[in-house]
Write a protein that binds this ligand. Structure first.
Ligand SMILES: Cc1cc2nc3c(=O)[nH]c(=O)nc-3n(C[C@H](O)[C@H](O)[C@H](O)COP(=O)(O)OP(=O)(O)OC[C@H]3O[C@@H](n4cnc5c(N)ncnc54)[C@H](O)[C@@H]3O)c2cc1C
Length: 458
């Protein structure tokens, strides 16, 4: 039995900085990782996908060379082995960096192995029992593989296994038209694959407002990506040299034939094999660990951070979980999850930056709200760059004048959104942005103009 001040399970986005915080405070900490250091973001999520998105963007711009005044002699062919090598290099550097950082921390013991609770203060790993009065769970999630007909009869890839692909699929059929499916869809289309996205719902990214879904659909379809919506009863079947994806859609043929299938139908938390029951830790029906506003589980001395608590599904939410827990423990702060404002991006090109409420949520809340919308085709910076797809939308509370929610689907949208997000955190009125002088030519320079054209919700 080894005793520590704290045990951390998983090296995702919250575990490593928390280990450093404990170690820096002179406390002994053990951090356990069963697979790759850095978890999803570093190895199969944000970092590798955004590195590949960058390769896809470069290929896309090169194909548009004539529009910008240059020619590429001969065929433009993407070398997937080199795309993968670049991705492996960038992602590998982060993975190595996390491991070296942890191993270099004084007071921190790094253990490779699968951790399981034995009781509320003991963890079993590699036949060794570790004891601590504070235990932090940062085990993340994995791709969901639903029991659809034919799933055991045909090969398919998920966001993890597609990381090993170093060839160009002739026709990639993506099951799932949400954030992950859309990023891979556009990326592979730009690499040169035929791409069909099959979505069960009536529109892409169904959590967003209809105009956002429609704008994203137009971006995808302009590049020749086929979209099949309302796809009920999805099934997989082996066909001669290809894979059939059976769908019952209101429109179009009942089967899409592809060479490869990517399943992008959601994520599940890695909580099924942690022995949570032995510690008495409660989960919800989907396996997410139930936590309070300060990320404590129902068992005193045990916290859950990151994707496994169901309170966020992003790198920044997991890192923010770390900040909340660390500040509360080390600085006697009172930070809470409910203080944060929802914010994220969809990394198609042009990207979608989102924060706060959707129009739908605002309507449901019954507030009196104002809205302003501006097409990217009228933004001079977008025009100059030849990237005019999308629009910007801002909603404000008619009484408090505070910004309620925004969507920026357009070039630079993932960065510009922060102008509005920070004003939301400041709880300042929108007039702060409206009266600010912004730099020309930028996308953000239109925010003051937009905010002087607010109108009541239709
Ligand atoms: C394709 C894709 C793209 C994404 N893109 C973005 C993006 O652009 N921006 C963004 O903000 N987010 C993105 N995300 C989400 C983001 O990757 C996650 O939200 C983020 O990694 C937070 O994860 P985490 O800290 O909860 O844990 P994870 O990063 O999932 O890490 C958990 C770690 O725990 C380990 N572990 C699990 N169980 C055990 C156990 N029993 N014992 C020991 N170790 C264990 C795992 O091996 C893993 O290393 C993306 C996700 C995917 C799949």
């Amino acid at each position: 039995m080894r005793h520590f001040d704290a045990i951390i399970i998983g090296t995702g986005q919250a575990g490593p900085p928390l280990a450093a915080r404990f170690a820096g405070a002179g406390k002994t900490v053990a951090i356990i990782e069963r697979h790759k250091f850095g978890g999803t973001c570093v190895n199969t999520g944000c970092i590798p996908t955004k590195t590949m998105v960058a390769s896809a963007y470069a290929a896309h711009v090169a194909r548009r060379g004539a529009e910008y005044g240059f020619a590429i002699n001969g065929d433009l062919r993407v070398d997937m082995k080199r795309v993968k090598a670049r991705k492996d290099e960038v992602s590998g550097r982060s993975n190595k960096g996390v491991e070296e950082w942890l191993r270099g921390l004084k007071n921190c013991t790094v253990i490779r192995g699968h951790a399981r609770f034995q009781s509320s203060n003991t963890i079993l790993v590699n036949d060794e029992v570790l004891v601590a009065n504070k235990i932090f769970i940062n085990v993340g999630g994995r791709a969901s593989v639903p029991e659809m007909p034919g799933i055991h009869d045909v090969p398919f890839v998920t966001n993890s296994s597609i990381m090993d692909v170093d060839f160009l699929p002739e026709h990639l059929v993506i099951v799932g038209g949400s954030y992950i499916g859309l990023e891979f869809g556009q990326m592979y289309r730009r690499f040169g694959s035929e791409v069909t996205i099959v979505e069960m719902g009536p529109r892409l990214i169904g959590r967003e407002d209809e105009d956002v879904s429609q704008g994203v659909r137009e971006i995808m379809e302009t590049e020749g990506i086929r979209i099949r919506l309302n796809a009920k009863c999805i099934s997989l079947i082996k066909r001669d040299g290809s894979i059939g994806v059976g769908i019952t859609c209101e429109e179009g043929p009942p089967e899409v034939l592809g060479t490869h299938v990517l399943l992008a139908v959601g994520r599940a938390p890695n909580t099924h094999d942690l022995g949570l029951e032995r510690a008495g830790i409660a989960t919800d029906q989907r396996g997410y660990i139930i936590v309070d506003d300060q990320l404590q589980t129902n068992v005193p001395g045990i916290w859950a951070l990151g994707d496994c608590n169901g309170r966020g599904a992003f790198t920044h939410t997991s890192y923010n979980d770390y900040e909340i827990v660390a500040d509360n423990l080390f600085n006697a702060d009172h930070r809470r999850v409910s203080d944060r404002i929802q914010a994220y991006a969809l990394y198609i090109d042009p990207p979608l930056g989102r924060c706060g409420m959707t129009d739908g949520e605002i309507r449901k809340s019954g507030r009196r709200a104002l809205i302003t919308k501006y097409p990217m085709s009228r933004v001079s910076r977008a025009y100059e760059k030849g990237e005019t797809q999308g629009f910007m939308k801002i909603c404000v509370d008619a009484e408090t004048k505070q910004i309620l929610g925004t969507a920026i689907l357009g070039t630079g949208g993932d960065e510009v959104i922060h102008v509005l997000l920070d004003v939301m955190y400041a709880k300042a009125p929108y007039t702060v942005v409206q009266r600010a002088m912004h730099i020309h030519p930028t996308v953000a320079e239109y925010l003051p103009t937009m905010l002087s054209k607010l109108e009541p919700f239709a």
